[in-house]
Design a protein around this ligand. Structure first.
Ligand SMILES: [Zn+2]
Length: 288
């Protein structure tokens, strides 16, 4: 059984420049392995010049641990996935995010926000601080004003999608009250600066695609990347496989004597059993 690999289509640029971007907040598990299969095989299938960048998404300083980064890189090498070019760490790119934020600020697109996550009851941020004119100071977050544009894009696996980020999530947080850059912002800036033209990730992130496309445009990216959202590994038809299930860690399988090939085949076999996304082509909302 093999996971379906998309053929390069006109809507993606070739050769593909994509990235594998784990957060060092835990060990490598089978969900990462499936993502790596998609990422490397799609880049390699796009011809000579296809590239996979390796990015450590350690933007959240409170949850990231060097020990996990070391383990992630070791497990990835053991599986045989080799990245192209230098590894980058989001924790070392703060000046680049600051510069992107400055561009938004200069156009009046940002504002400080004093709301705590717990204080926001609605699914979408309701714009509480939009007109408060709060100072951008320690203890305040920073948000970007979104307009009400409907973002339409074609997912390489799931087809035509449309999302309205202003209703789904409201103005996007780019830096939180603790001073951490958010995943949404750091990833969009990195994808732009690194010329990533195809983002490959799990279906659980489908709903955040519209806001990332809008953010990319706002920071000045002329052509946002294409997206491919792959299936998630399921333990049962309704239960997502997660690291908390205990039997999915690459380290654990290594310790039990599995070979890299067997781990990769296992991830492919589980993917082949995964049900399709239950609600495609919808204007949906989530909490991210
Ligand atoms: Zn607020």
């Amino acid at each position: 059984m093999t996971a379906p690999i998309p053929s390069p289509e006109s809507l993606i640029q070739t050769p593909v420049i994509t990235r594998f971007a784990p957060a060092p907040t835990g060990y490598l598990h089978l969900g990462h392995v499936l993502n790596a299969i998609y990422v490397w095989e799609t880049a390699r299938a796009s011809g000579r010049g296809g590239r996979v960048l390796l990015r450590i998404e350690d933007h959240d300083r409170t949850r990231s641990r060097p020990i996990f980064e070391v383990a992630l890189l070791e497990d990835l090498a053991w599986l045989g996935f080799r990245a192209d070019g230098e590894l980058t760490r989001q924790s070392e790119r703060s000046a680049l995010y600051e510069r992107a934020l400055e561009g938004l600020r200069a156009r009046g697109l940002t504002y400080a926000c004093e709301c705590s996550r717990a204080g926001i009851r609605a699914v979408a941020y309701p714009g509480t601080c939009r007109d408060k004119d709060l100072p951008e100071a320690a203890g305040f977050g920073v948000r970007v004003r979104l307009d009400s544009t409907i973002e339409r894009f074609e997912d390489l696996r799931l087809g035509q999608q449309e999302q309205r980020p202003s209703e789904q999530c409201g103005d996007v947080l780019v830096r939180d009250r603790a001073g951490n850059w958010t995943y949404q912002f750091a990833a969009v800036v990195d994808d732009w600066l690194q010329n990533v033209n195809l983002v490959i990730r799990g279906e659980d992130l489908l709903d955040s695609t519209g806001r990332q496309i809008q953010l990319a445009r706002l920071i000045g990216r002329a052509q946002p990347p294409a997206f491919l959202h792959h299936e998630l590994l399921m333990k049962t038809a309704t239960q997502k496989l997660s690291k908390s299930n205990g039997d999915t860690g690459v380290r654990d399988l290594r310790a039990k004597g599995w070979s890299p090939e067997a781990v990769i085949e296992h991830a492919r076999a589980l993917a082949a059993q995964s049900p399709h996304h239950p609600s495609l082509n919808h204007l949906s909302s989530d909490r991210k």
